[in-house]
Design a protein around this ligand. Structure first.
Ligand code: PEP
Ligand code: MN
Length: 345
């Protein structure tokens, strides 16, 4: 069961509902997002009927949900959510561009990549300071020095930053610099990390596990929501298949399916999906055409020297075409994106 609090509900209204549920032997998990507070109620629904929860002050509706994931299910909210990240927003009606280097290497490299991102129309900067690498000998990221560089580049450009956190112990530190925390594909079912980012309250971008089903991905998001944070953006970044021509296989249908199943925004990472520069713009067109709420794209001022993922980074010459895809195609498709997601209901 999920209680949808009204937009005008006071904190004390939420407290009253939680206290009644707990007194009746249930558990209540409060999850807050921009303009939306939900309470997930666990226990026997018949045991709560005497509480008349829908008549409580500040309660909008009470939904008996059959979905395995409750707080992130679209059953609770017919309108899809918008997540606010400092001055940027990700949600239905427009296509948000997040761009930047795969890894933060230096102030100059990050600033130049941020300037490239801005030329293409980005409203957020990406860049990893903690890099989860397949090889322990590969560049692991600059750590806190990288976070400081990101903060300096934010200061210089005004772009809010999203950066990956790989360890639950680092969540406090990373969220003291970042506007949005990224949970990467390799950690997408690291439940301790998901709980910690849920408790931090900073908006989260949750990438799809490379071998995760859509259900497993949404359940991972449910961990974050259950721990208090409903400001979650899902990111389809390709899944592992038998195909070796691409780094991963972009599961484009996941965008529409997730928009049907969940109220959370969903963006696409064409860079990590294909793993190839020549595929980034075609996959971006596909993402925008299907109604993704945004794209996150690697750019680098000099990919030949990049310490991570150079072959998939866009270069200066690609930026105007990227901007064109997002403005021209985005205008057309953003209008139907909400409809496409709603069509299952
Ligand atoms: C990244 O975005 O830098 C990254 C490591 O992505 P993923 O977790 O999707 O591989
Ligand atoms: Mn990368």
């Amino acid at each position: 069961m999920v209680i949808v609090m009204s937009a005008a509900a006071a904190g004390s209204d939420v407290g009253t509902a939680v206290a009644l549920i707990e007194k009746a032997g249930g558990q209540a998990f409060v999850s807050r997002g921009a303009g939306r507070t939900l309470v997930c109620v666990v226990g026997d629904p018949d045991g709560f009927s005497a509480l008349n929860l829908s008549a409580l002050p500040g309660v909008d509706t009470v939904i008996r949900t059959s979905a395995a994931y409750k707080l992130v299910s679209r059953e609770n909210c017919l309108a899809r959510s918008t997540v606010q990240v400092a001055g940027a927003s990700i949600g239905p009606g427009h296509v948000t561009l997040v761009a930047g280097p795969c890894a933060v290497e230096s102030y100059d490299q990050t600033l130049r990549a941020a300037e490239m991102a801005a030329v293409a129309g980005a409203t957020m900067l990406r860049g990893g300071a903690y890099k989860p690498r397949t090889s322990p000998y590969a560049f692991q990221g600059l750590g806190e020095a990288g976070l400081r560089i990101l903060a300096d580049v934010r200061e210089a450009t005004g772009l809010p930053i999203v950066t990956e956190v790989v360890d639950a112990a680092d969540v406090g530190l990373v969220s003291s610099y970042a506007d949005m925390l990224q949970v990467g594909t390799r950690n997408a079912q690291n439940f301790a990390l998901l709980r910690a980012v849920g408790e931090a309250g900073t908006p989260v971008m949750l990438k799809r596990g490379m071998s995760a089903t859509i259900d497993e991905w949404l359940m991972a998001a449910e961990y974050i929501a259950q721990h208090g944070n409903l400001d979650i953006v899902l990111c389809e970044r390709g899944i592992r298949t038998f195909e070796t021509a691409t780094r991963n296989t972009l599961d484009i249908s996941a965008v529409t399916i997730v928009q049907q199943l969940s109220h959370l925004p969903v963006i696409v990472d064409p860079s990590h999906s294909g793993g190839r520069r020549d595929l980034v713009l075609p996959l971006t067109r596909a993402a925008v055409a299907i109604g993704a709420d945004g794209v996150i794209i690697d750019v680098h001022p000099d990919p030949a020297t990049a310490l991570c993922d150079g072959p998939q980074a866009l270069i200066e010459g690609d930026l105007l075409e990227l901007a064109d895809i997002l403005t021209r195609w985005g205008r057309i498709t953003a209008r139907h994106a909400d409809y496409a997601g709603a069509s299952a209901y």
